[in-house]
Ligand binder design. Sequence first.
Ligand SMILES: [Zn+2]
Ligand SMILES: [Zn+2]
Length: 160
Amino acid sequence: MKNTQSLKGGCICGQVKYQITDKPLFTQACHCKDCKVITGSSYVVNTSVLENTLMVEGEISSTKLTAGSGAASRAFFCTKCGTYVYTDYDSAVGRLTVRTKTLEDPDKFPPQAHIFVKDKDPWLNLSEDVNCFEEMYDAKTTWPEESLKRYSEYLKNRPK
Ligand SMILES: [Zn+2]
Ligand SMILES: [Zn+2]
């Protein structure tokens, strides 16, 4: 444990449990049409972590998804209750994306950015001070310096 206490989370039935053993990199809300379908709701909140900091226990299954944009990902679910726990996006090399609200204490991780706000539900009002992007942002100018540094250092030494 380097930067924070180990974070815990899991699915709704308790079969799948996980720990995140280092500070997450970034948390964002996505309002795109795919995330609406996947969640059955207005948006998803996702927390990006280094791939070697997510320890999952319990029986999990996965399925490959292709987004409207053509981007591929693998979604991981509890085999018993179907809670969607995390995603491995092809585009996010060296990272895994945890469903923030599966954390035991998700309120510690409010979205640092809202993306695909062009698809946001019209009745959903975001406060003026949140960081909104019509589509995607450039991580270099949006992520905290510390997260960018930790991620690039990890990629340099990433086991093949
Ligand atoms: Zn479950
Ligand atoms: Zn989305």
